[in-house]
Structure formats: C-alpha cells, structure tokens
Design a protein around this ligand. Structure first.
Ligand code: COI
Length: 371
C-alpha cells in the first residue's frame, strides 16, 4: 500500500483552452498525429500520494534532463478508444480492463497504483469535454493514450519518488484507409519479443522500441510485420504489436486458437473480447475455442494439409487485421482469404461483432456510456 492521498475524480479541476485547435477532415487523419484540445494530468509523490487531478489545455511537458523516465524507462501506457454512436452518445469500450492492466503494469516498474474506477471517471470527463473531436462513422474513433512516467530527477537507480499520470487523445480513422487489407508476415526467430519471466506481457514503452529494427528488416524483404516466435520449438506468440489468432480444421470441427497468457503474451482487451464472443456465439458443436501453445511448424503443416483456414491479428488500434501469407525461412505459408475479399470469414465476423458493441448498435455491458 502506498502512503498519501488516493486518486480522486471528485477533486478534478478543469482549465479550458482559450484557443481551440482547427480540426482536420476525418479522411485526412493519420494514426496518432492529431491531438484534441485538452489533456488530463495527475501528479504523484511518495510522501503526499496522488495530488489533485487537472484537465488543462494540451501542452508540452517540462522535465529535467536527469528525469528517470529518460534513463531507465519508467514508462507505461494504455491504448483504448471512445466512439460516437448513431444517436450521438459517447461510449468507451471496456475501459475497466485497460485500467486494470495499466495498474498491473505500473506496479511491475514501481510506479504508483491507483483506484481504477476513479481513473475511468477522470478519463470519462476528459472525453466528454473534447467529445466534439470524436468522428462518428464506422472505423473512426478517439484513441485514448493514458500514460505514466517516473519524474524523479536523479540518476540513482531505484523506485521513482515522483510520477506523472497523463492522458492525451487522438481522433483516428481506420487503421487501413481502404478497409481491411490482409498483411504478409515474416516469422521471426532472430529476435525475441518476450520470454518467460520477462516483461513482454506488460504494456511498457520499453517493449516497443526493440521491435522496430526486426520490423524494418522484415519490411526490407517485403513483409509488413513480424510473426513473433519463441523457443526452439518455434511457438507462435504475437504479430507486430497485436495478439495472433488462427483458425484450424480438425476433422468435422473448427478451432479458433490463440497463444495462452503465460507471461509472454500481452493480455489484449481485444483478444479477451474475441475469445469471449466466440465462446458465447459460435456453436460449440462446430467450434473449439482454444488458448494453447502452437508452433509455426503446425501452421506450415496445416497449410500443406489444407487445414489452415484463417489467421488474423487483434488489437485496439486495428481491432482485427487479417493475414494472407507467412514467410518461414523462405517457405511461403499461404493463408486462405474469402473469394474477392481481403479477409477470412471469422476475422470479418469478429470485426462486425466488435463494431456493433463499440458503436452501440447493440447494448452490451462492455460499452461504457459517457454522455
Ligand atoms: C494496438 O492497439 O494493437 C497496439 O498495440 C497499438 C499501438 C499503437 C501501440
């Protein structure tokens, strides 16, 4: 338990901008390039605990060059989205799940924890204030980026005695402007994203920079993303910055499979949602929904045998991202798509089911209405 005050939404103060920014047309949005008028800031220190939350105009941070975030990567973040429904109501998708994950991630790097309900309320107030920034058509949303950094300005390596929690927001369009576009992957075993006992299951900024060089290497060979493998067996773990799903045929039954939460997999909220919807809505007489280890060799063998039906990534940013080919040491593993489409049928179904909930076409407990 931390000493000092707890995080409290009741103590929020709001300073509105006097010079609102000019908005750009939704179709011109590039992911994460445009930010709304305001941000949330809450400071923490080891003696007083959480100070009063503030919504202020979007602004630069001023930090001492010795600040521990710059040297020892005391940083964690979340990615979540707010949507505008057909009636104009604003909805966040499962914000409680993201806040629980952020709390676990913060604790792993000795940043302060917090009451997750209070942070959800605070983010709701920020979203409501800037709700005129939320585009409304399908594929468009407001991407929310809760972030926490250690702010102690000294070079000794230890738990930060001060921290800053902030939330910025970016209106975004579809990840792929042309709709679904299936990607080609390079199965990557020359770099390891995560390992047992490591921190690859946490949403730490430090997990993302090391993925860029392998991604660039794959790109130079014509592949959009890495399919991350682990161990001599070549277990399939994740794809790019997303969780990975495969669909296999096993005799008369189909299997939707993704790697288990074993410390090497990010506990994706979209992953969890897809598994829950599949278990609830796909006929168990026809489907097995599995969280199990599987290898790239199994995928390659199944492609040859005709029992690899589909593959896709899942994440907050793209929601669902179909896969059409995987290169494994020069062997091209072809993943079927529907005739004339850039997606398989399950990826398409999952994207539709998620959108129905996110855009409030069907009431659902995962949709958190703000206003
Ligand atoms: C995701 O939402 O899939 C991500 O991990 C995205 C990201 C921009 C870090």
């Amino acid at each position: 338990e931390q000493p000092g005050a707890t995080l409290s939404a009741a103590k929020l103060s709001i300073e509105k901008t006097t010079s609102p920014k000019t908005k750009i047309a939704p179709e011109k949005l590039v992911f994460g390039h445009t930010f709304t008028d305001h941000m949330l800031q809450v400071k923490w220190d080891a003696t007083d605990g959480w100070l009063d939350p503030k919504i202020v105009p979007y602004q630069n941070l001023s930090l001492d060059p010795a600040t521990c975030v710059f040297h020892y990567a005391f940083e964690c973040f979340e990615g979540m989205k707010a949507y505008r429904d057909a009636e104009g109501k604003v909805r966040m998708f499962r914000p409680d799940k993201n806040m629980e994950r952020m709390k676990k991630t913060a604790a792993r790097i000795c940043l302060p924890t917090f009451d997750t309900d209070e942070l959800v309320k605070l983010i709701g107030k920020l979203v409501a204030l800037d709700s005129n920034w939320i585009p409304s058509s399908r594929g468009y949303s407001l991407y929310l980026r809760p972030t926490m950094i250690g702010t102690q300005a000294s070079l000794g390596v230890g738990p930060p005695s001060s921290a800053l929690l902030y939330v910025i927001m970016s209106p975004v369009g579809p990840y792929y402007p042309t709709g679904f576009k299936a990607v080609r992957l390079e199965a990557t075993d020359y770099a390891i994203r995560a390992w047992p006992g490591g921190v690859g299951d946490k949403k730490l900024g430090a997990n993302y920079a090391p993925g860029i060089l392998p991604q660039r290497m794959a790109a130079s060979r014509g592949f959009q993303q890495n399919l991350w493998l682990f161990g001599e067996e070549g277990y399939v773990t994740e794809v790019g910055t997303m969780n990975a799903f495969f669909v296999f045929q096993n005799g008369a039954k189909k299997e939707l499979v993704t790697a288990p939460i074993d410390g090497t997999i990010l506990e994706g909220v979209t992953r969890d949602s897809i598994l829950a919807l599949a278990r609830e809505r796909l006929d168990p007489a026809e489907w097995d929904i599995s969280e199990r280890k599987f290898t790239i060799k199994e995928v390659a063998d199944r492609a040859k045998a005709g029992t690899l039906l589909e593959a896709f990534g899942s994440g907050t940013a793209a929601v669902v991202s179909p896969i059409k080919e995987i290169d494994w040491h020069g062997e091209a593993i072809h993943v079927p798509l529907q005739d004339g489409k850039e997606t398989g049928v399950i990826a398409e179904t999952m994207a539709d089911w998620m959108a129905e909930i996110q855009y409030g076409q069907k009431e659902h407990p995962w949709s958190y209405v703000i206003e």
